[in-house]
Design a protein. Structure first.
Length: 575
């Protein structure tokens, strides 16, 4: 059975699930070069069909995300429903949640017949009668459970989703039993959204909501704890737990732009770093209390989480460290780009006729494009006057030598990783032992804000040399934060947070990515260091590179020393 999953909102994405196996998953931004590209993912679907050599009629079912059309771009965040809802909330006497539900019921009746959706399906040759629509937070929950070890082991799990908003909700709590039966215990209205507090604070600080929340998390450790707590108390007047501790409650009658206006008024005398520290502290307090209360309520200590709020690796670390948490699974790249996968997973489970056909264990996210030698040589031929290159018999060892000499290398090898974070195949790599490499990356290549940390890719077998473990945890996909050891602070200083020396590691197993594991191993043989600094292969404000052309463009427009294209080492002629 072939199921196509489609998310047509912000960071639109498509995926193909075949008998429970994720064959392809790609986001539209990788083709359009517009970060966070929204709308119908026509180029992603076309790539899926062509790369798998299948025709539209070979798709058995289509899983679509959203009972109502999701927001496509940040422009809609301050207009449309976000613009008029706050006005209505001020003048209508009844519960604001009823207004949101009324809007949801009205718009959901028109979802299947939306012109953009039907034209998108028609342009890709797909039939509308194969479409089944799934509620936004159920798709988040599906990724959290079906890709977790609890599904694989047929164990009961507590599944929690939190984000800004989707289909009138900002969160859900479900229990899935040993037989895979779902029981949703709680829904949290978009009016009571923890995620909206964080995204509006991002907007308050003149950064891009839905994209730059990670910058606030990165800035938070720099501020004075006393000031963070003062800002946190401001936010505690906005949102809190319900009396039973099992829900969230908006303490104002404000939402959207009117909430932003209140923030401007309440926080205008606080410094930007204090605001970042305060919203992060507030987010952590609410999230931890919410999770702890639900563990206490259900008695279930296996926790699976998804939704954009769980992209916050600092809060995830604190959840993992809770005595009440026995095991935690965080869906990788769990923003809305993951919803297409969740919809396809949910439809697979509902449709399968053979219980032996189960969703595959999640071992990697390399679900995108890859390129052969002819395609690479064709690209290099277009830049013969600007570039030099050579084919290597042992590219991993050659790269390791260059990295040991503190060269900055970008790697475009194997299938492109899906999601927001680089996992080695579309990565910029550097020797993590020298702080100057951080400066070079920030100023000459990535052009990132000075306070932002980079991340390490660490050999799985050496993870405990560098990361502090309070309990066992996998971090194959950069979903958790860790404190660092003294050895990490000596050998990997450039890949740690510059202020608190925390890390967001990718632990690399040989069986997950043999070539990348070999590269790091060769680097260890030369330097004694079992990891590399890894950041996404892109220029600031652009999506992660996809094609060899993208890779060469980045090389020519940055201070990168070398680019690896499979077995080819490429550099500028003036180097």
């Amino acid at each position: 059975m072939r199921i196509l999953g489609i998310h047509d909102g912000h960071t639109s994405t498509a995926c193909l699930v075949e008998d429970g196996i994720i064959k392809v998953a790609v986001s539209e931004e990788r083709f359009t070069k517009v970060k966070g590209q929204g709308g119908f993912p026509i180029l992603s679907i076309q790539y899926i069909l062509s790369s798998q050599n299948i025709k539209p009629e070979n798709i058995d079912k289509i899983a679509l995300v959203g009972k109502i059309k999701p927001l496509e771009s940040i422009k809609e965040y301050s207009g449309g429903r976000q613009k008029y809802f706050p006005l209505l909330l001020k003048i209508l006497p009844f519960d604001p949640r009823r207004l949101i539900q009324f809007y949801l019921n009205y718009k959901s009746k028109k979802r299947v017949n939306e012109s953009r959706l039907t034209s998108g399906l028609a342009n890709t040759g797909l039939a509308t009668d194969k479409v089944k629509i799934f509620e936004h937070h159920q798709t988040h929950a599906a990724t959290a459970y079906y890709l977790s070890p609890f599904y694989q082991r047929k164990e009961k799990a507590l599944v929690i989703t939190l984000d800004g908003s989707g289909d009138g909700l900002s969160g859900s709590v479900s229990v899935v039993d040993e037989n895979g039966k779902w029981n949703r215990l709680k829904e949290i209205s978009s009016f009571d959204s923890l995620g909206i507090i964080y995204s509006r604070t991002t907007q308050l600080l003149a950064m891009r909501p839905w994209e730059h929340e990670y910058k606030l998390m990165g800035m938070a450790p720099y501020t004075n704890q006393e000031y963070s707590e003062k800002v946190c108390r401001v936010f505690e007047n906005y949102l809190g737990l319900t009396k039973d501790g099992l829900g969230l409650e908006n303490k104002t009658r404000l939402w959207g732009n009117s909430l932003l206006e209140k923030m401007y008024s309440d926080l205008r005398y606080f410094r930007f770093d204090s605001i970042a520290g305060g919203v992060q502290l507030f987010h952590e307090k609410i999230t931890l209390s919410f999770v702890r209360n639900w563990v206490s309520k259900t008695g279930i200590r296996n926790i699976a989480v998804a939704g954009g709020s769980f992209m916050n690796i600092k809060a995830n670390k604190l959840i993992l460290d809770l005595p009440e948490c026995e095991e935690l699974f965080v869906m990788p790249s769990c923003g809305d780009e993951s919803c297409a996968i969740g919809a396809a997973m949910q439809l697979h489970e509902e449709s399968k006729t053979n219980e032996k056909i189960r969703i595959q264990e999640l071992t990697h996210l390399y679900w995108g494009n890859e390129y052969n030698e002819k395609e690479i040589l064709d690209t290099l031929g277009k830049y013969s006057d600007l570039l030099s290159y050579k084919k290597s018999e042992n590219i991993e060892k050659e790269a390791a030598v260059l990295l040991s000499e503190h060269k900055i290398i970008a790697r475009c090898s194997g299938r492109m990783e899906w999601g927001a974070r680089s996992l080695g195949n579309r990565a910029i790599l550097a020797n993590p032992s020298k702080s100057d490499n951080l400066r070079k990356l920030n100023i000459a290549i990535k052009m990132r804000d000075f306070w932002m940390p980079f991340a390490p890719s660490i050999l799985w077998e050496m993870r405990k040399d560098y990361a502090v473990f309070n309990k066992e945890a996998d971090s194959f996909f950069m979903t958790l934060g860790f404190d660092s050891t003294a050895k990490a602070q000596e050998q990997m200083i450039a890949a740690l947070h510059p202020y608190d020396f925390s890390m967001r590691p990718q632990f690399v197993k040989k069986e997950h990515n043999p070539s990348y594991h070999k590269l790091i191993s060769e680097f260890k043989e030369i330097t004694g260091i079992g990891g590399l600094l890894n950041t996404s292969f892109n220029l600031h404000g652009m999506p992660i590179v996809n094609t060899p052309d993208d890779a060469i463009y980045t090389l020519l427009n940055s201070e990168l020393d070398f680019v690896i294209l499979e077995n080819f080492l490429v550099w500028k002629k003036n180097k």
